[in-house]
Design a protein around this ligand. Structure first.
Ligand code: B12
Length: 213
């Protein structure tokens, strides 16, 4: 069994090139993709999350680790799909209508991917109808919404209403976040979960799906 420590270290240090090169070489040498993900990359991102919670890592470290994870996953994704690996769940994510802030949303999307989720990123300025359409088309079981403006927060409520009207609210768990969002607001609008950070979004998504099963 190959020593996976350099891959883990590359992700922890946010070294995208080292992570990418390690995976490329490992695959060329005949390594199986799944152990690379499960035994090195996902634990490395879990550790990134832990360090973030302990204030050892901050947003810049999260961003570069997530980028390293993403660059390694790009090589692995087609192979994992070909081998029929089951994603932890399918997430439709976007920044709500009227809002163009996407740094936090991108971070959450990358961390969810790192956590084994299949992520459909709708981008920014996403209307309630676009969320509904994507849930139906992609068969998502999680909707993740981000808002950074107090003026766009109500679109989260509007999206939950639209999911209800379309008859798909029960099919999905709704997670919300972004700087102005609070647990109180999430409860008021009937969301299933809230977190103020990206690693928290991953644990939340896992917890919500486990509760649903
Ligand atoms: C960068 C930035 C911009 C950039 C955005 C670039 C981009 N591509 O995103 C630009 C310059 C374009 C911009 C524009 C504007 N901005 Co601006 N912007 C910011 C700034 C400085 C940082 C936001 C950020 O990226 N934070 C870093 C990320 C990592 O944090 P985050 O988004 O909160 O995400 C974390 C968590 O919240 C959580 N999370 C996020 N999403 C989700 C989702 C889920 C499901 C979960 C579980 C968790 C989660 O996890 C993330 C990672 O830990 C903030 C100030 C601030 N300190 O927040 C102002 C700020 C948000 N902007 C503000 C304003 C007013 C505007 C403008 C209206 C300015 C103008 N007059 O044009 C426009 C609006 C444009 C629009 N329609 O959206 C105000 C909002 C005030 C308010 N109360 O609504 C702020 C607070 C600045 C201020 N103090 O006035 N902005």
């Amino acid at each position: 069994m190959q020593d996976l420590k350099p891959l883990r270290e590359a992700i922890l240090n946010g070294d995208a090139k080292a992570a990418h090169d390690f995976v490329e070489k490992a695959l060329a040498a005949g390594a199986e993709p799944l152990p690379l993900v499960h035994d090195a990359m996902v634990p490395a991102m879990d550790e990134v999350g832990r360090r973030f919670e302990c204030n050892e890592y901050f947003v810049p470290e999260l961003l570069i680790s997530a980028r390293a994870m993403k660059s390694a996953l790009e090589l692995l994704r087609p192979l994992l799909i070909a081998r029929g690996a089951q994603p932890a769940g399918r997430v439709v994510i976007g920044t709500v209508k009227g809002d163009l802030h996407d740094i936090g949303k991108n971070l959450v999307a990358a961390m969810l991917e790192g956590g084994g989720f299949d992520v459909v990123d709708l981008g920014v300025n996403v209307s309630p109808d676009q969320f509904v359409k994507a849930v139906k088309e992609k068969g998502a079981n999680i909707v993740a919404m981000s808002a950074l403006l107090t003026t766009t927060m109500p679109s989260m409520k509007g999206t939950i209403e639209a999911l209800k009207q379309a008859g798909v609210r029960e099919q999905v768990k709704v997670l919300v976040g972004g700087a102005p969002i609070t647990q109180k607001y999430a409860d008021e609008i009937g969301a299933d979960g809230y977190s103020d950070n990206a690693p928290g979004a991953v644990s939340l998504a896992k917890k919500q799906l486990a509760a649903k099963a």
